[in-house]
Design a protein around this ligand. Structure first.
Ligand code: 3HC
Length: 308
């Protein structure tokens, strides 16, 4: 393999394309990240999909349906990008179902009220945008290009979430309390979307050297906190962190510690809703078996010239 070509492309800030030579570790690392990202999109459809029939108005329902459909689309672009690295979607799904590949911990928390749907859009998708915009400059071309389109849609998701929060925050006392309760429960999971602290992130250094990631987990988490705190203030809601304070010298907010034991338990398969999410995913896959079989039979007939 001509590693020079790979090293040169990386050094010149050019993208690596599927036909370019690449070290096996690079291929495996990009595939790992894209697969976990794709799985997050499709598992993420579940908690919000559960609220479609309970959305408070036709307007909110139409938006939520569009958002959940967007997530299915994001999953498909990402599976497509991952397939270009040599693993097909069927195998990735098997690995998801058996727990070998991960999805984001944020989707393992229950969505108890309508305010949770709103806060997931505002904070969850807000965090996703901060994480994903730099990925549109990722060194692996198909991933970077998928990200450009995904980020446009994520930005709509964040705005609709903020808008739904604004309505609750300016509503009745009960609605305000519901909004605050949701912020209290989702702040920490949203910050954990950025991954473990840099000191406990085994993949960051190499992924940064190869341009797969452009910023560390802590850098992006800080960026999100700095963006989100003034938004919460504009809504009149309180961020549940007593140590949160503006540090004029650093030009950033200082914040308190997160419960990393809870995070790692969640990553390792013991999140509050992990079992439910995976069981639902496996059941949906089984329900779709006849469609996959029919499509394969049709393709087989085309290949054999039985259908013209
Ligand atoms: N949830 C689950 N697993 C996580 C995680 C999280 N929030 N954060 C980290 N991990 C896992 C990593 O996958 C890694 O495990 P592995 O080595 O077995 O794959 C391990 O914890 C150590 O973490 P690292 O920091 O070393 O891993 P990375 O360098 O890959 O960084 C990441 C983690 C920041 C999540 C990075 O992979 C990334 O940016 N991924 C792409 C974006 C993505 O997947 N976002 C998920 C949310 S999906 C979404 O935004 C949808 C929207 O609708 C909400």
């Amino acid at each position: 393999m001509d590693t020079n070509t790979f090293e040169t492309l990386i050094a010149e800030g050019k993208t690596i394309e599927p036909h370019d030579p690449m070290p096996e570790d690079f291929r495996r690392s990009v595939l790992r990240q894209i697969a976990q990202h794709a799985h997050s999109e499709i598992i993420g459809m579940q908690p919000e999909g559960n609220w479609i029939s309970r959305a408070p108005s036709l307007y909110r329902k139409a938006i939520l349906i569009a958002k959940v459909q967007d997530e299915a689309g994001h999953g498909l672009y990402l599976y497509g990008a991952a397939e270009s690295l040599g693993m097909d979607q069927g195998e990735m799904l098997e690995r998801l179902h058996s727990g070998q590949q991960k999805y984001s911990t944020i989707f393992n928390y229950p969505m108890l009220t309508w305010a949770d749907v709103a806060v997931m859009g505002w904070m969850g998708d807000g965090a996703a945008i901060v994480n994903q915009v730099p990925l549109s400059r990722c060194s692996y071309g198909p991933y970077a290009r998928a990200m450009a389109r995904i980020c446009k849609e994520e930005s709509f998701h964040q705005r609709q979430g903020y808008d739904a929060m604004r309505v609750l925050a300016n509503g009745t006392e009960e609605q305000r309390n519901m909004a605050q309760d949701a912020v209290n429960r989702w702040w920490q999971p949203s910050l954990m979307l950025f991954g473990p602290p840099d000191t406990d992130s085994p993949n960051t250094a190499r992924s940064m050297a190869w341009g797969i990631k452009r910023h560390t987990n802590d850098e992006l988490r800080q960026r999100f906190i700095d963006l989100c705190v003034p938004q919460a203030e504009a809504l009149g809601l309180t961020i549940p962190d007593e140590e949160l304070i503006w540090d004029a010298e650093r030009g950033h907010y200082n914040s308190g510690p997160l419960d990393w034991d809870e995070f790692w338990a969640n990553v390792n398969g013991a999140g509050p809703c992990t079992r439910e999410r995976l069981a639902r995913r496996v059941a949906a896959h089984e329900d779709g078996r006849w469609v996959r079989e029919a499509a394969a039979a049709y393709e087989h007939q085309i290949e054999n010239g039985a259908l013209v």
